[in-house]
Design a protein around this ligand. Structure first.
Ligand SMILES: Cc1cc2nc3c(=O)[nH]c(=O)nc-3n(C[C@H](O)[C@H](O)[C@H](O)COP(=O)(O)OP(=O)(O)OC[C@H]3O[C@@H](n4cnc5c(N)ncnc54)[C@H](O)[C@@H]3O)c2cc1C
Length: 404
């Protein structure tokens, strides 16, 4: 164990600067165009694949950084570039983590490469959990997975919604109910391989922000997948279900949501995305305030403007520190006794919404136009308080942890 430090090491600085270069030179100049087009920016994903940013190797390297800061540093830089394009690039990673966390080594080796494809033929992956009637309330999920023992196949039926890359992904990871009586303990995750009959894209949503990222419904009609597509395998699932039934029978003990611990570990990554967007808007506002002259002096010379920037800078740093703490805790295997993962996501996402709104104010009329990027950043920032658990859900998780 080294001494306590908040300084990035040389490897981390190198990765950060490399990503910053890509974000500044490739993503930023393309951001307005893909926001208007509301389409997946395939050419940019290809560029990212060519230099190794869109790849399992890159993601895994950041994921396994022993300090825990690999992912938050990478997310902050990419989302500083542009949130919509960045989500198109990292959306696959979110699905891949589902496989890395729950899959066997064979499943990881088989499916994760197919999620990314290669630089000449890039592919995407989608993680499908949310449903029209099961958003925050994950336990009311209805998509069913029924085992057909004779054929060793699972049959999936249901409708998923809000799936990032849903319908255009090569590989879909689908969460479904295998035992409805066990609530979220009766859920399991499945791989739906490329071109599986019965999986189709429903409505594609037109969104307020992160418009370069594809979000759609995924309809599953008698989707038959081989037994080996159950993540973790049947034996492990049967054991897990048996344990959950025992606990349910014993009564008393509230069945804990198994996904909760995973969420605590993954939420700081969303916090880091929010920090990236907030920092981007803050920098634009700071530059503008130094150069825009009214009443014979740069507007930053008014305390009313300067204090806003001081608060923005302070809040962004505070958000990053919460994100780094939670990311370090996840890697160090520390228990999130005070829901520190949720704290980081809650705070960073609220800061991003507020800071991007202040940036519009500081740019005045220009801030309100598409000539400047801050209105887009503000629209983008609104997603952070919604996905991966809304701010209200984060507060619920934090307050429950406190009340224990
Ligand atoms: C752009 C985008 C991309 C997404 N990507 C994915 C994806 O890839 N995969 C996936 O599975 N999902 C994805 N989601 C879904 C996302 O996680 C859900 O939208 C989110 O969990 C909220 O669910 P909901 O929209 O049904 O809102 P609801 O749960 O209906 O909530 C509506 C409002 O009620 C509040 N609320 C609900 N319950 C409570 C309570 N108990 N106490 C206080 N307030 C409460 C909420 O905070 C919110 O303000 C995505 C969503 C969006 C918009």
């Amino acid at each position: 164990m080294g001494e306590f430090t908040l300084e990035l090491n040389d490897d981390q600085k190198q990765v950060r600067d490399w990503l910053h270069g890509f974000a500044a030179d490739v993503m930023r100049p393309a951001a307005a165009e893909w926001d208007e087009r509301e389409e997946t920016p395939w050419p940019i994903i290809q560029e990212a694949a060519k230099i190794g940013i869109y790849s399992l190797d890159f993601y895994a390297q950041q994921f396994f950084d022993p300090t825990g800061l690999g992912i938050p540093v990478a997310m902050e830089e990419l989302f500083w570039g542009d949130a919509g394009i960045a989500l198109s690039i990292v959306g696959t990673g979110l699905a891949a983590v589902g496989v890395l966390a729950n899959g066997t080594e064979e499943q990881i080796g088989t499916w994760v490469p197919q999620m990314y494809g290669d630089a000449t033929d890039v592919k995407l992956a989608a993680f499908c959990s949310s449903e029209p009637d099961a958003g925050s309330d994950v336990a009311s999920m209805r998509t069913r997975a029924v085992y057909d023992e004779a054929k060793d196949e699972w049959v999936l039926n249901g409708t998923k919604t809000w799936a990032t890359n849903g319908g255009i992904a090569n590989v879909h990871v689908v969460v479904a109910v295998v035992d409805a009586e066990l609530g979220s303990k009766g859920h399991a995750s499945f791989i739906v391989p490329p071109n599986t009959h019965g999986l189709s894209q429903g409505q594609k949503f037109q969104k307020h922000g992160i418009r370069a990222s594809h979000t759609a419904e995924v309809v599953l009609e008698d989707v038959r997948i081989p037994g080996h597509c159950l993540l973790g395998g049947k034996e492990k699932l049967d054991e897990r279900l048996a344990r959950a039934r025992e606990k349910a029978k014993a009564g008393g003990e509230r069945v804990k949501n198994a996904a909760m611990a995973t969420f605590e570990a993954s939420r700081p990554a969303v916090g880091a995305m929010a920090v990236g967007t907030a920092r981007a808007a803050y920098e634009v506002a700071l530059d503008y305030a130094k150069t825009r002259v009214q009443f014979g002096r740069p507007i930053i010379e008014n305390q009313g403007v300067a204090f806003q920037l001081a608060d923005m800078a302070t809040q962004i740093d505070a958000a990053r520190l919460l994100v780094w703490r939670a990311s370090w805790m996840a890697t160090a295997g520390k228990p999130f006794t005070a829901a520190e993962g949720s704290m980081s996501k809650l705070y960073a996402s609220e800061v991003a919404k507020q800071v991007t709104a202040q940036a519009i104010q500081i740019l005045g009329g220009n801030g309100y136009t598409r000539e400047y990027p801050v209105e887009r950043m503000h629209r983008d920032a609104a997603i952070y308080t919604i996905f991966e658990g809304t701010s209200e859900i984060q507060r619920m998780v934090i307050s429950r942890a406190l009340a224990k």
